[in-house]
Design a protein around this ligand. Structure first.
Ligand code: FES
Length: 134
């Protein structure tokens, strides 16, 4: 069902955990299955220097979280906003069609974390208790 690259990313996920006092954080849920992903970012001068994730979800969600965090480290926030779930799936050399919806979590959590970062920069408050289901 899963290719070897996905299985490796699931078995040895990178960037698991949480950044203390993150510059941006985003939590999203998957409307299809109810699984949840949280991403925290360290951002310096609009560039992502660290990214960590906590995913309560399936193997595809964990593999895509790991890969997406690896991909955004080093990107500017504008570049990271362009990262799509399709690009993450391509990096993993594909997911089974019924698991594509799982890859949307990482894209949306990164976008939400960047939104939070921008809101903090503008001294706006963001409701962290709210989870968007995508
Ligand atoms: Fe829920 Fe994959 S089945 S994220």
């Amino acid at each position: 069902m899963y290719n070897q690259k996905v299985l490796d990313a699931f078995a040895h996920p990178q960037n698991v955990g949480e950044i203390e006092n993150p510059d941006g954080e985003g939590t999203v849920g998957n409307a299809t299955c109810g699984d949840i992903m949280r991403i925290t970012l360290r951002i310096v001068d609009d560039r992502i220097v660290d990214a960590k994730f906590q995913t309560f979800g399936c193997a595809a969600a964990i593999a895509t979280s790991s890969t997406a965090t690896q991909m955004v480290i080093g990107m500017t926030v504008d570049e990271a906003l362009q990262l799509t779930n399709a690009r993450v799936v391509e990096e993993l050399e594909g997911l089974p069609p019924q698991k594509i919806h799982c890859s949307v979590l990482a894209e949306e959590a990164i976008k939400k974390a960047i939104e939070d970062y921008r809101a903090k920069k503008e001294n706006k408050t963001v409701d962290k208790s709210h989870i968007d289901y995508v």
